[in-house]
Ligand binder design. Structure first.
Ligand SMILES: [Zn+2]
Length: 122
């Protein structure tokens, strides 16, 4: 079933994994499982935020969830983890450059050229 990601609002695949949890496969955030109570918390985290601050919180969450998937294929999110993630800043410019180089190494062969588009890697 397609539904907006509860974090970034990108159209995602949603599966009910139990009566109280949902699994999302989001093109931006990746794969994560969330309790329905935690889903209810998200709008309250973003309420009363200026649009720029909301976008930054969404980016911090999406980035952290993507990064956690390098260790576990499905990230399990709860209120405490989300609150802890939101205390972190976005990656620095040098961290972003390092991440891009790592992405190139993981996704391209030596000498291979690739056209990077918005949907190539979010
Ligand atoms: Zn998302």
């Amino acid at each position: 079933m397609s539904e907006n990601c509860p974090i970034c609002e990108t159209i995602s695949t949603k599966k009910k994994t139990s009566s109280l949890t949902n699994a999302y496969d989001c093109p931006r955030c990746g794969k994560f499982v969330m309790h329905s109570d935690t889903e209810g918390l998200l709008p309250r985290l973003f309420d009363n935020e200026r649009e720029k601050d909301k976008e930054e919180k969404v980016a911090v969450l999406s980035y952290a969830i993507r990064k956690m998937q390098k260790r576990e294929p499905w990230t399990i999110l709860n209120d405490g983890l989300i609150q802890a993630i939101l205390k972190n800043p976005l990656p620095s410019l040098s961290d972003q450059a390092n991440n891009l180089i790592i992405w190139f190494a993981e996704n391209l062969s030596s000498g291979e050229q690739s056209l990077i588009q918005p949907l190539t890697h979010q």
